[in-house]
Design a protein around this ligand. Structure first.
Ligand code: TYD
Ligand code: MG
Length: 451
């Protein structure tokens, strides 16, 4: 006999409670607890494991899953060199960022590969319209508008596709559970059913997942544990560039990154990331500086723009796009205390060009330089770039992969790069064309760039 029990789950973080309350004590969100029925079996399991199922690790047959290319260098890269058979990939991103476009475009660009694209959000007509826009013909892409996992699996059993795509996991439901689609238990149960199906048949499955405003994959944080690979699609909807990041990968590196540009006819692969910088660069404006960053494992030059201007109402505003605002506040405090700049009476705005978000600490010095440049209203030579972290006492700290950063700046024709003294000491090669200036304090930087 099954006893029916219910519990309350937080839609945001997945925490479980026996009783309802207005606020989730785990993540602090209000009104996010949903009641869900959980049936608990009262039959005691008498599990016995036969001694032969416990094996030595070296006796387990080892055959790395077969991979196949998706005909898309950026997607292949973030997956660690192609899609692995029997793997489940979660593609997360905010609504409207281009998740459906990315996977539909991949599906129709794959010749001789049968793909079943299941949509619970859009009608077949809408998907057909999108395919028209992307504009490639393919006889092997199949559509199904369906939300029930069992029906999807049975359709997939008939068609036997090479790849199964579900758009999105939050619209799917399984008959096994009563709660409505999008709830934690539905999402979890659907994902694990699909995971089992994928493991049994070897058919790789893509799950599209919507992301909440704080950046976590909506409610289903739990999903991240079930799937093999988690990709996140991000960017600013008002800019063309999109970044595809690997957040987790059982079959490869989790620090890969793919770059795309959303165009009228779908997504274009951006194989040379520094084009983002070069595409909209104006010469020598006060308040701009260039950072030699590493995103994932790829060097990328980015322009930071800052505006520091007197605050008219005595209540200074702070805003940062693409950069952590708390980090910016820390840098402002360092500039105030160590370099005597009166930031406290100014409004401060900061932007990373191309609508890209960076969290590489090596951007610190560039942010500080852009802020100082705007504060003094003196421009920095547009052929200078910077790569270093800034410490609380204004010291310039070393960053990783410095040779790669220098190499990229060199390749793009910058004449000078400022790096930390400690990085300079340990440089394996110094034979770059670009001039390498080593700095140890903020005052050295100002002396060099502002004269
Ligand atoms: P979509 O893939 O529907 O986003 P998601 O599935 O992540 O919600 O695409 C979102 C946006 O992309 C939409 O506003 C229209 C735009 N778009 C283009 O700019 N060019 C195109 O070729 C396509 C198909 C879409
Ligand atoms: Mg979509």
């Amino acid at each position: 006999m099954a006893k029916v029990k219910s519990a309350y789950y937080c839609r945001n973080c997945g925490a479980k409670y026996a009783k309802w309350s207005g606020q989730c004590t785990s993540c602090g969100e209000w009104n996010t607890l949903d009641e869900e029925i959980i049936s608990k079996s009262t039959v005691k399991s008498n599990y016995k494991v036969s001694p032969s199922s416990v094996r030595k690790i070296k006796d387990v047959e080892f055959s790395p899953g077969k991979r196949f290319s998706l005909n898309n260098a950026e997607l292949d890269r973030v997956l660690g060199g192609g899609l692995v058979e029997g793997s489940v990939v979660l593609l997360g991103g905010e609504p409207g960022i281009g998740k459906s476009t990315l996977l539909l475009q991949m599906a129709i660009s794959l010749k001789n590969t049968t793909v079943l694209y299941v949509s619970g959000e859009e009608s077949e007509y809408q998907i057909r319209m999108r395919a028209e826009r992307i504009g490639i013909e393919n006889d092997n892409t199949y559509l199904l508008a369906e939300t029930e996992v069992e029906a999807i699996i049975s359709a997939s059993e008939n068609l036997k596709p090479n790849i199964l795509i579900l758009d999105s996991i939050q619209t799917m439901r399984t008959a096994k559970i009563e709660s409505s689609p999008g709830t934690i238990s539905q999402v979890r149960e659907c994902a694990s059913e699909l995971q089992q199906y994928s493991k049994q048949t070897g058919i790789p499955v893509f799950l599209i997942g919507h992301i909440t405003k704080d950046g976590s994959i909506a409610g289903p944080k739990i999903l991240e544990h079930i799937v093999d690979t988690v990709l996140q699609f991000e960017g600013d909807r008002h800019h063309g560039y999109r970044i595809l990041r690997t957040l987790k990968n059982r079959f490869g590196s989790a620090s890969e990154l793919g770059i795309f540009e959303m165009q009228d006819t779908g997504l274009r692969e951006v194989s040379n990331p520094s084009e983002i910088l070069l595409s909209d660069r104006e010469d020598d404006l006060p308040g701009t500086a260039v950072a030699a960053t590493i995103e994932g494992v790829r060097p990328l030059l980015l322009e930071i723009q800052a505006l520091v201007s007197p605050s008219p109402y005595g209540n200074p505003q702070r805003s940062a796009n693409g950069f952590d605002q708390r980090r910016m506040n820390m840098l402002l405090a360092v500039l105030e205390k160590r370099s005597g700049m009166k930031m406290g009476v100014n409004d401060v705005f900061l932007n990373v060009t191309g609508g890209i978000r960076v969290d590489d600490p090596a951007v610190d010095l560039t942010v500080a330089a852009a802020l100082a440049s705007s504060y003094h209203d003196i421009n920095i030579d547009s052929k200078i770039c910077l790569a270093a972290e800034v410490g609380l006492s204004g010291e310039i700290r070393p960053v990783n992969k410095i040779e790669q950063r220098i190499g990229e700046a060199d390749k793009l024709g910058f004449h000078t790069i400022l790096i930390s003294k400690n990085n300079y000491k340990n440089l394996a090669r110094k034979d770059f064309k670009i001039k390498i200036v080593s700095v140890s304090r903020l005052s050295d930087v100002w002396k060099y760039i502002f004269g």
